[in-house]
Design a protein around this ligand. Sequence first.
Ligand SMILES: [Zn+2]
Ligand SMILES: [Zn+2]
Length: 341
Amino acid sequence: MHCKRRNHMGAHVILLVILGFGLGPVAAGAQRFESVAPQQGRWLKGNTHAHTLESDGDSSPAVVAAWYKRHGYNFLVLSDHNVWVDPAKLAHLVDSSFLLIPGEELTTAFQTKAVHVNGLNIPRVIAPRTDSTLLGTVQKNVDAVREAAGVPHINHPNFGWSLTPEILARVRGDKLIEIFNGHPLVHNNGGGGAPGMEAAWDYMLTSGKRIYGIATDDAHHFTGEFAANRANPGRGWVAVRAQRLDARAILGEMEAGRFYASTGVELDSVAVFGREMRIHIRQRGDFRFTTEFIGRGGTVLGRTGANPAVYRLTGGETYVRARVTDSGGFIAWIQPVFVVR
Ligand SMILES: [Zn+2]
Ligand SMILES: [Zn+2]
């Protein structure tokens, strides 16, 4: 009897293997998530997009940086339009819990289309570049940031309905893109037939581009009334698991996808190994959570109200990312992990 069962199971495995060869990626057993280094260190909260009086913000760099420090952020990039603010002038604000990473928002246009690319951890101001095409203009600014050993991210693609998913998918050399920007005029959700930023992200991921989604403030207004129609701080950020409060360490983790983006939901951990993704959500009051696991083409692969939220590969996935929405409407976006077989 014992022997018989083993034979039966053996035949089953062989059958699956044959089916797998014949029909493509059907056998879940052959699939696993790409190995992801275990997350170490602490979560560091940061915003990579904020403006000051050096361009069109309403407060000095010191006032802006102090706002973020006071509100528990661990790092900040001041990203004025075509202006580089020297963090050395704000050294009195920097300590073991708060880091200023130098940056700039390279700001230009192709015809009527806005092209805004942030440069993070760049050593000096970079002049924005133009080209004879929209794609070329975006690419040249991404390249300009890389040439200065900085980290680029393309900003608010739906601002002025400027950058379509097709354009974004064709840009090379960028690993980060704004999927949420706190400015009131950037159309994060799309509309009128134009895709929102999450759909654009899935388009890029489905095309095979490895790109991670960030949330930023794009804050301009630190004085006067805080209102939905003003560009106030505190709306979108990233939480990066890093060993050190150091610009290269933080940006290295971000470009490897070891972070999440948020408008209010916090996580304790994200663990990925073998065929499983497991998300521990930090409980807040009596809030409840819905976690959706999303794959190729933006398809929702699974949905759960449990905490931790767990997804196991079922076969055929090419990438899996997750979105946790709380009962107040705030969101955390967990980065995509690619599937190998
Ligand atoms: Zn901008
Ligand atoms: Zn901006």
